[in-house]
Ligand binder design. Structure first.
Ligand code: PLP
Ligand code: CA
Length: 310
């Protein structure tokens, strides 16, 4: 009820909000680190949260790393030890979704990274696709003659640095052949990956859109803001949304998922969002924009340190 108000989480309120929570879900890039550099004080903050008995989970739309690779990155950057089961990357969640949705023995045609392939292998789903596509002939019309694997019952689209027109052709052919029997799944819709200095590179959403446009159908998305990623956390741990905080830097993924799943939402300004954007949504009476407004914000999660004592 009522318009959402985003307030800065200062020490006293932070103690109360953290005290009422037993689980924190952390987005990764823009919250814990930027690229390969940890956010200053972030590792110490998570260390204190872990010492205070909080359950820490990690939810990331990045499909180009496995759960195991995330545990290694966390360790390398000085964060408290995490087990693979605490990591909910969109590669793992996509594999889990296909494991549930596909009949035994069915395969996936994958536009994605070796990490996405590895997560599929970990749950026993045969796959084709990662790496550069072999070109079956000199002209695009020849590409419609390339052999199709009869076992393929899903097209999965993740971050793929070898995305190509040839792969797009092949994905479309699987989708046309299978009709509604061939699933179309995307890891996430992030439109851009911001880099330092105001520049960026096209995100996985661009690749998902290309396949959707060709096939004229909508993909099922496993990543934030869809609640499937939160449902994966719930299936692994005993989660009470009212005692869970979602910490993120992006309004249309992290904060939207947290708000729609009934979590307390905390925005950090170390990533892609400015406070002016929050204010714009807050002052709007459009419900879709209201759902992007977090409960709280901090400049950095290191600002929580004073509330965590010593
Ligand atoms: N997708 C890719 C390929 C990325 O490299 C990143 C960030 O590095 C993301 C998505 C966004 O990840 P997160 O949800 O952790 O912010
Ligand atoms: Ca992020």
């Amino acid at each position: 009820g009522g318009p959402r108000q985003c307030r800065r989480l200062e020490a006293e309120a932070a103690r109360a909000v953290l005290g009422a929570a037993d689980t924190l879900l952390f987005d990764c890039d823009g919250v814990l680190w930027r690229g390969e550099a940890a956010v200053g004080g972030a590792a110490a903050t998570l260390g204190r949260l872990a010492a205070a008995g909080k359950r820490l989970c990690y939810v990331t739309n990045n499909s180009s790393r496995t759960r195991v690779a995330y545990t290694e990155k966390l360790r390398r950057l000085g964060f408290p030890p995490a087990e693979p089961r605490h990591i909910f990357g969109s590669a793992f969640c996509a594999a889990r979704y296909l494991r549930q949705a596909l009949p035994p023995g069915a395969a996936a045609y994958v536009l994605g990274s070796p990490a996405l392939a590895a997560e599929l292998e970990a749950v026993g789903i045969p796959h084709l696709g990662p790496g550069p596509a072999a070109l079956p002939g000199p002209a695009p019309a020849d590409w419609a003659q390339a052999p199709l694997d009869p076992a393929v019952r899903a097209v999965l689209v993740g971050f793929d640095e070898h995305f190509s027109y040839a792969k797009l052709c092949q994905a479309l052919r699987y989708l046309l052949r299978g009709g509604s029997d061939c699933l179309l799944v995307g890891t996430n819709r992030d439109h851009r990956l911001p880099l330092e200095g105001g520049t960026g590179i096209p995100g996985t959403g661009c690749l998902v859109k290309a396949v959707e446009t060709a096939a004229q159908r909508e993909a099922f998305i496993v990543g934030k803001p869809n609640r499937y990623m939160f449902d994966c956390v719930v299936s692994e741990f005993n989660i009470d949304p009212a005692r869970t905080i979602m910490v993120g830097d992006r309004l249309d993924t992290d904060i939207l998922m947290g708000n729609s799943c009934g979590l307390t939402t905390l925005l950090t300004l170390t990533g892609v969002t400015t406070l002016d954007e929050v204010k714009g949504h807050q002052e709007s009476d459009c419900p879709a924009r209201q759902s992007l407004v977090p409960d709280y914000y901090v400049d950095s999660i290191a600002d929580l340190l004073p509330a965590l004592g010593d």
